[in-house]
Ligand binder design. Sequence first.
Ligand SMILES: Nc1nc2c(c(=O)[nH]1)N[C@H]1C(S)=C(S)[C@@H](COP(=O)(O)O)O[C@H]1N2
Ligand SMILES: [Mo]
Length: 225
Amino acid sequence: VFLSLVGLGLAGVVAGGRFQGWVGSAVAPLVSQGGGGIGALIPGANRFRIYTVTGALPAIDASSYHLEVVGLVERPLSLSLEQLRAMRATHLVRDFQCVTGWRVPSVHWVGVRLAHLLDAAGVRPGAKALNFVSLDGMYTESLTLAQAALPDVIVAYDMLGAPLSDAHGGPVRLYVAPMYGYKSCKWLGRVEVVDRVEPGYWEQNGYAVDAWVGHSNGLSDAPIT
Ligand SMILES: Nc1nc2c(c(=O)[nH]1)N[C@H]1C(S)=C(S)[C@@H](COP(=O)(O)O)O[C@H]1N2
Ligand SMILES: [Mo]
């Protein structure tokens, strides 16, 4: 299982890579960032690997940013960062796990529950799922409406005690706490309410659409790093 996941990952990165030198960085992450604690002293442990399938890190202007919530809704939303920050905040502290095995313990996130945004927009009859579209122009993700209603699925604007950095998908990314990292779409620009699940970027490259940590992608609950 491990080898096939690695194979899939590399194939996906190569297929998504457009820039010279990017293939070389597929095995090593683009950047590693300290998650704090003892792991910060051990190379490769307790660190985020910064991922981007385009080979570039978008820098999105927070002052003109808007999150669109569109599709099968009564009231399409276009929310500035200020408006998002004015909504009721949800704080989460969870381990962050990539399906390839790295894990960062006890990461603090702040954002707005996706369920809250969907209530504000008013989901129309016939809606079944959500598409998440990244402002990087390439990455997409999906959730069923039932998954999106979970209390630990948020549209995040703070992470690690600070506004989300460009590298981590700022100013706003999705954070799906109960699922592997690939569900947590960075540089989130648009949420589309749709009538069926459309598999996202990595799901078209072989990963499970239902990405529950410990119960998907052939993995068990045991720590893998
Ligand atoms: N837009 C975008 N979102 C993305 C990715 C990506 O390449 N592009 N990678 C995903 C994967 S596989 C993981 S594990 C996490 C990594 O988050 P980080 O780059 O903040 O460490 O982002 C997810 N969201
Ligand atoms: Mo990942």
